[in-house]
Design a protein around this ligand. Structure first.
Ligand code: ZN
Length: 235
């Protein structure tokens, strides 16, 4: 059976993450990167990751939730990253479709600084905000950690920006009219391509995988699996 890794999934709103993960395992999705959206997710994700070496846990505050962060969020996040060397940073970033942009920028910059300090992979959410994200990343260019751009929208400036950026394709790639994403995939360096469900149900990753592999006959599911292992599991 072909093996896959989901590079961006979430906790279910209700129910047990382990059930969804077991179903995914049976379909070949052997590992996953489990992202937080808010502080109350953090300890739960750390516990799941500590119990299962095939789950990479990430802690962070989603841009949509930035203005509800507690006053101590950055100190708490720093402490947890220090205590848990296998925990990564995510989901963090900027989203110009929301009106809490000042709070988003504060949280994103601080989260990026923590990812740099502890040398952790950062899982990036960027919607209509590449100008601001690249402007911020430029100030840290010499020390950037590995950054996984989740649900990549196909922006060429991002692909060209830095060798530490990787690009994860969601099931959106299979939808009609997502031409910018499809065009970016034709030109994406082989070793930069990752796959994700962006969901608490990991199975939609297979939809993304099918679409990516049809569009890129020069790469295999094993290549993508190895890319993901390299980013999240081997250093
Ligand atoms: Zn997400």
């Amino acid at each position: 059976m072909q093996k896959y890794i989901d590079s961006h999934c979430h906790l279910p709103k209700s129910g047990d993450f382990q059930d969804a993960f077991a179903r995914a395992n049976a379909a070949g999705i052997m590992a996953c990167v489990l992202n937080a959206t808010k502080e109350t997710d953090w300890q739960q994700i750390i516990n799941i990751a500590n119990e299962n070496k095939n789950v990479v846990g990430c802690i962070g505050i989603h841009p949509w939730d930035s203005d509800t962060a507690s006053p101590n969020w950055a100190t708490d996040m720093s402490t947890l990253l220090e205590l848990n060397p296998h925990i990564m940073v995510g989901e963090v970033g900027l989203d110009k479709t929301r009106d809490n942009f000042a709070a988003q920028e504060r949280v994103f910059i601080r989260s990026l600084e923590l990812a740099i300090k502890y040398n952790r992979v950062l899982n990036l959410h960027c919607v209509h905000a590449w100008d601001s994200v690249l402007h911020i990343l430029k100030s840290y260019k010499k020390s950037l950690p590995k950054i996984v751009v989740h649900g990549f929208d196909g922006t060429q400036n991002a692909i060209d920006f830095d060798e530490n950026l990787y690009f994860s394709y969601s099931p959106n790639i299979a939808k009609p009219n997502y031409n910018k994403i499809k065009l970016s995939l034709c030109k994406m360096p082989k070793n930069k391509i990752l796959l994700e469900s962006d969901s608490a149900d990991l199975m939609p990753l297979l939809t993304a995988a099918d679409a990516v592999l049809v569009a890129r006959s020069d790469i295999t599911a094993t290549d993508i699996y190895n890319n993901t292992m390299g980013v999240f599991f081997n250093g």
